[in-house]
Each structure stands twice: as C-alpha cells, then as structure tokens.
Design a protein around this ligand. Structure first.
Ligand code: HEC
Ligand code: HEC
Ligand code: HEC
Length: 454
C-alpha cells in the first residue's frame, strides 16, 4: 500500500492572551494504490476533459494538473475534486474540501473573485483564513489570467454532492483567526514577476517551479513554526521521514551533476540514470508531473540547474553506531534474493517491458549519500509511478515494506548490506536511526521474534 505523505506547511503563531504557540502540520493523503485511491491504468480520469472544451478550459485543466489539485482533493476517483482526503497533523486532522461546482458542498456559489482570493491570498469567503496545508503560497504566484483559466476548468468538473468533513483540529489550532499571525510573519501574496535578465524559458521554469507545481513545499527546510527557512527554499527538506533532496545547483548534494535531459526524464517518468522515485515523489509524478509538456519540464530543469545555493542537510536522527553490513547477508538471502537475486542484479528491464525487480547493484538510489530513502523504501515500501509514457502493463508486486517482518537491527543490517555489496559502497545506518524513522512515520514496532519454523 502506498500512502501519500507530505509534511506540508502550516503553522500558527498564536498570540492569544496567554498563548504563544507555533506548529507544523503534516499531511497524509492516500495515494494511488491505497484503498481510498485505487490505482488505475492511467491517472487521466482524475482530470476529466469535457467534450468540446474551449482553449481556456484546456489551459485551465493543464494548470490543474501542474498544481496537483485532483491529487490532493480526490478520495474516490469516480468523484474527482470532491475532497475528503485526510491531512494528519500533530494537532488533529484537516480534510481537503469539495472543489467541484456543487452548490451546497463545493464551489458552486463562489464568484471568480472569491476563488481568486482563495488562491492568491489563502482567504476563503467569510474571511476564513485557509491553512497552508493548502499550498496557496505557491498558487499565489499565478497571474490572474491563469487563475481565470483554472476557474473555467473547475466549473466543468461534474458536481459531486459530497459533504465536507468536519476538521478534527484541537483548540486552539482549530481557531482559524490565529492564522493571522502566521500570515503576518511568513506570507506575502505575490504574483510571479518575470526576470528581464533571463530567457523566456528560464522564466517559464521559474514560474512553474515556484508557482503552481509548489516543489518548495516538500524540498525546503522548515523553521519551528513550519515556515520555509528564509533564503533556503529548495535546498532540501524532510517529508514524513523521507528526504526530499536539495534541488539547487549545489555541487555536494544538489542537482549539479544531473543533465537537463535526465532531469526531464525523471520528472516525466519517475526514473533516470541518477535516481528513481521511491515514495512521495512517485505520487507527484503520477498525479501531476507526467502530464506536463516536455518543453515545460525542460524549462523547469533549466531553472533548477541555475540555482546555486547552500544546502541545509537535516541529519538522520537517532545516532548510534552503524550496524555491521556483513550481518545483512542472511537477511537478504531470506527476504530479498527471490526478487533481486543473490547477485543484486534483479530481473533486468527489457526494452519497453518493465522488469520484475530493479537491480540493486550499481543502483544510484541504493548508494545515495543519505541512507534515509533507501531505508524508508525497505521499511515502508515503494511503488513505481504508473505513467502514460512508462506504463506498467504487468502488475508489479512492488515492495510492500518490511516494517512488520524485520526488526530495526535486521533492517539496518540489510540496508548496509545492499549499500556495500556487489561493488556498491556507501555509508551505514544504525538500528537507532531505523527506529527513529519508524517512529517518525508511526509504523508499528515489529513482532519481537519470529515464531520458529515448523
Ligand atoms: C498538497 C495538497 C493540496 C493541493 C495540491 C491542492 N489543495 Fe486545495 N486544499 C487543500 C487543503 C488541505 C484545503 C483545506 C484548507 C483549510 O481547510 O484551511 C484546501 C482548500 C482549497 C480551497 C478552499 C475551499 C473551501 O471550501 O474553503 C480551494 C478553492 C482549493 N483548495 C483549490 C485548489 C486548487 C484549484 C488546487 C490546484 C491548483 C489545489 N487546491 C491543490 C490541499 C491541497
Ligand atoms: C510531496 C512532496 C514533494 C513534492 C511536491 C515534490 N517532491 Fe521531489 N521529491 C520528494 C521526495 C520525498 C523525494 C525523494 C524520495 C522519493 O522518491 O519519494 C523527491 C525526489 C526528487 C528528485 C530526485 C533528487 C535526487 O537527488 O535523487 C527530484 C529531481 C525532484 N524530487 C524534483 C522535484 C520537483 C522539480 C518538484 C516540483 C515540480 C518536486 N520534486 C515536488 C518530495 C516531493
Ligand atoms: C516480491 C519481490 C520483491 C522482494 C521480495 C523484495 N523486493 Fe525490493 N523491489 C521489488 C520491486 C518490484 C521493486 C520496484 C518498485 C519500486 O522501485 O518502487 C523493488 C524496489 C526496491 C528498491 C528500490 C530500488 C529502486 O531503484 O527504486 C530497494 C532499495 C529494494 N527493492 C530493496 C529490497 C530489499 C532490501 C528487500 C528485502 C528486505 C527487497 N527489496 C525485497 C521487488 C521485491
């Protein structure tokens, strides 16, 4: 099962009489493959295209895809945009809302002006401050014409009479007016202004990255009030235990060594010679980026490659001494070799036909400098995105995760083993670090000992 987990945004500086509090929300939305959001042949049905749609509607649909609106606002694919996706926070649950044209539960009675205020300023009718679990700081960058096209498109979505669910936020976090203080400190409504010293392509990329596709939401370090650290946007962040890497041109851990072509391929299909998606990024590719044109993806890559900033690499919590890799041999033979083979070569990909399992030997994702994502893939599982350009015609078992089959020691052992076998060489992870990742994701403790085989 794959879940969509973002740590998104949100924080409130509460200055009530006695209260000064800040907090960060964590979002958990079911992704394709989960029960609530079953995977299908393509994701196109998430973005229905009405017959005879005019150009404005088609442009709006494209922007909806770029903004991943349906990805976050859909539980049941037969009712796209009808909301109800739970957003788990340490302070309770927020549900995404119905944004179909239904007059009672959706946006049916909204005017364009009200929609624009929600997108641009994060304020809904009745002066209701929206929580930044809705990524309006990115959407705010969209010029009015683009929001107008998006509005034209949303009006064509079949209305779904699905009631919005009551948020389960505890007081005082449930008290929306407190968002006022967070907004004063961390938010300015701001339309993207092209940089005249740059090319049209660069500007297009900058707009898409900073605006509708809201990459910074996941790929940035955050301060104690959930705000993106000033001047550190896109330099890497932690998303529900996953590491969303540095996307700047930083030489050490950024995209300096990626070619523009590889970056485009990765964003389009979830896989490139440098990396393949494992967790939340695969969901972003499947629900959103795969629909963008190659020209737009190239523009985004050109923009990202031009960023030259320092990075803040949030270290793995947990401490401890890395577990001996040699011990992982047994764990590997028992649990992994049936699919990835004893020599780590997997069942190779034939042209046009997806393999049964990827090679682990020489796999850049396996030997990534930060062991966090490969560990999370083993703990929580990983599924490749199902895209139009790289469909998976055969049902792949995926990797459902070994959190409940293997102890923290065993997971550390097998991760260190695959990172240091068959020519692979990379840093190790400790059992304490595995435990910290398990706790961060709320993955239950494994059954202490396996009952002896009969
Ligand atoms: C990362 C998840 C996410 C994405 C992507 C997202 N939304 Fe939302 N949206 C939310 C959440 C959560 C809320 C509820 C916020 C609240 O209650 O304060 C919301 C609320 C809204 C609202 C306010 C509705 C109301 O009844 O008050 C509108 C309008 C909206 N979203 C439109 C969009 C559009 C259009 C897109 C795509 C361009 C989009 N959203 C993409 C999570 C998302
Ligand atoms: C929902 C959170 C989220 C969003 C939104 C998101 N990413 Fe990611 N991204 C991740 C995570 C987590 C990883 C690494 C693990 C994985 O594959 O899921 C990742 C990995 C990547 C990588 C691989 C980097 C490497 O060094 O291996 C690239 C490139 C990337 N993302 C680009 C983007 C771009 C460009 C956008 C915006 C269009 C974006 N991401 C939006 C979470 C996100
Ligand atoms: C039932 C077959 C199966 C078993 C057993 C299995 N895997 Fe996998 N594994 C896969 C498939 C299929 C993928 C591709 C899915 C993906 O990349 O998201 C994969 C992907 C991976 C990846 C990500 C590689 C990449 O490039 O994305 C890692 C790491 C991994 N497996 C490690 C392990 C380890 C360690 C074990 C044993 C503890 C294991 N696998 C057991 C089938 C299996």
């Amino acid at each position: 099962m794959r879940t969509r987990k973002y740590r998104v945004t949100a924080a409130v500086l509460g200055i009530c009489t006695l209260l000064a509090a800040g907090f960060a929300f964590t979002q958990t939305a079911p992704g394709p493959g989960s029960d609530a959001h079953p995977a299908t042949a393509t994701t196109l049905e998430l973005y229905p295209l009405p017959v005879g749609a005019d150009e404005a509607v088609q442009r709006g649909r494209y922007l909806a895809m770029a903004g991943d609106c349906a990805g976050c606002h859909t539980v049941d694919r037969r009712k796209p945009f009808a909301g109800g996706v739970p957003v788990e926070t340490p302070f309770g649950v927020i549900y995404t809302t119905n944004i179909t044209p239904d007059p009672s539960h959706g946006l049916g009675k909204w005017s364009f002006g009200q929609f624009y205020t929600a997108m641009h300023e994060g304020i809904a009718p009745g002066h209701r401050y929206l929580y930044p679990a809705f990524p309006f700081p990115g959407f705010s960058k969209m010029p009015k014409e683009d929001v107008q096209d998006l509005w034209q498109y949303l009006k064509t979505i079949p209305a779904a009479a699905q009631e919005n669910r009551e948020n389960g936020l505890r007081f005082p976090y449930s008290f929306r007016p407190l968002m006022f203080f967070w907004r004063v400190l961390f938010f300015r409504a701001d339309t993207y202004a092209p940089d005249a010293t740059q090319t049209a392509e660069w500007n297009r990329g900058a707009y898409l990255v900073e605006g509708p596709t809201h990459c910074a939401d996941c790929h940035s370090p955050r301060g104690f009030m959930g705000q993106i650290k000033s001047g550190k946007s896109l330099s890497g962040g932690v998303v529900e235990g996953w590491w969303a890497p540095n996307l700047t041109g930083n030489q050490v851990d950024g995209l300096a060594d990626w070619s523009v072509e590889d970056l485009v391929q990765y964003l389009h299909t979830g896989s490139s010679p440098e990396a393949s998606t494992l967790g939340p990024m695969g969901v972003v590719v499947e629900d959103s980026l795969q629909f963008l044109t190659p020209a737009d993806l190239k523009a985004m890559a050109v923009y990202l490659k031009s960023l030259d900033r320092s990075s803040i690499h949030t270290p793995l919590p947990g401490g401890g001494t890395p577990v001996d890799a040699a011990k992982g041999r047994q764990v590997y033979d028992d649990n992994c070799s049936s699919c990835h083979l004893w020599n780590g070569k997997g069942y190779p990909y034939a042209p046009g036909i997806p393999g049964i399992s990827p090679p682990l030997a020489g796999n850049p994702t396996v030997v990534d400098t930060d062991p966090r994502n490969v560990t999370m893939a083993v703990l929580a599982g990983s599924v490749e995105p199902n895209t139009i350009h790289r469909p998976l015609p055969y049902s792949m078992p995926g990797l459902s995760g070994f959190a409940q089959a293997l102890t923290d020691d065993q997971i550390a052992e097998v991760v260190n083993y695959i990172r240091n076998s068959w020519g692979n060489k990379a840093s190790g992870i400790s059992a304490e670090q595995v435990k910290a990742m398990r706790l961060a994701r709320g993955i239950p403790e494994p059954v202490p000992a396996k009952p002896a085989k009969q």
